[in-house]
Design a binder for this molecule. Structure first.
Ligand SMILES: [Zn+2]
Length: 141
């Protein structure tokens, strides 16, 4: 059995044994903690092991964070945010600076690339926090 499968079974068993775990979870607080790359449950332990890998368990409160699979959602949300920012930046940059199109493309590509890497981590943290608050665990479907 995989680590995720064992975590899922222990999580389900713990939920049925501990009704107090079914207390309401705040989306806002969980997403804020996730945005800061902290555990959505306690706000103390780290959410990521490295750049984007979610830890299997919180080092502080043992919450099984590895069960909350964000999949492609953070990438899609990041693309939407960056794409919406890119349209006015390209238009304004082209009109205001009268830059050479190749120069503008290279500068914008570098900025967008760096910005995407920053925003993706923030969005993934917030999204995992949202999944935790909604108890949207990976059920292996
Ligand atoms: Zn924690």
């Amino acid at each position: 059995m995989s680590v995720e499968g064992a975590l899922f079974i222990s999580y389900v068993l713990n939920m049925s044994d501990e009704p107090s775990d079914l207390s309401p979870r705040s989306n806002k607080e969980a997403m804020r903690r996730g945005l800061l790359a902290r555990c959505p449950h306690c706000g103390e332990g780290k959410l990521f092991d490295g750049y984007l890998t979610v830890v299997q368990k919180c080092s502080s409160c043992e919450e099984p964070l590895g069960l909350y699979r964000a999949a492609d959602a953070p990438a899609f949300i990041t693309m939407s945010i960056i794409g919406l920012l890119l349209i006015p930046v390209l238009g304004f940059g082209f009109v205001a600076f009268r830059a050479d199109p190749l120069t503008l493309a290279l500068v914008v590509t570098a900025i967008v690339g760096a910005l995407t890497l920053v925003v993706l981590r923030l969005v993934k943290g917030a999204f995992v926090g949202f999944l935790w608050a909604q108890r949207e665990i990976d059920r292996g479907a």
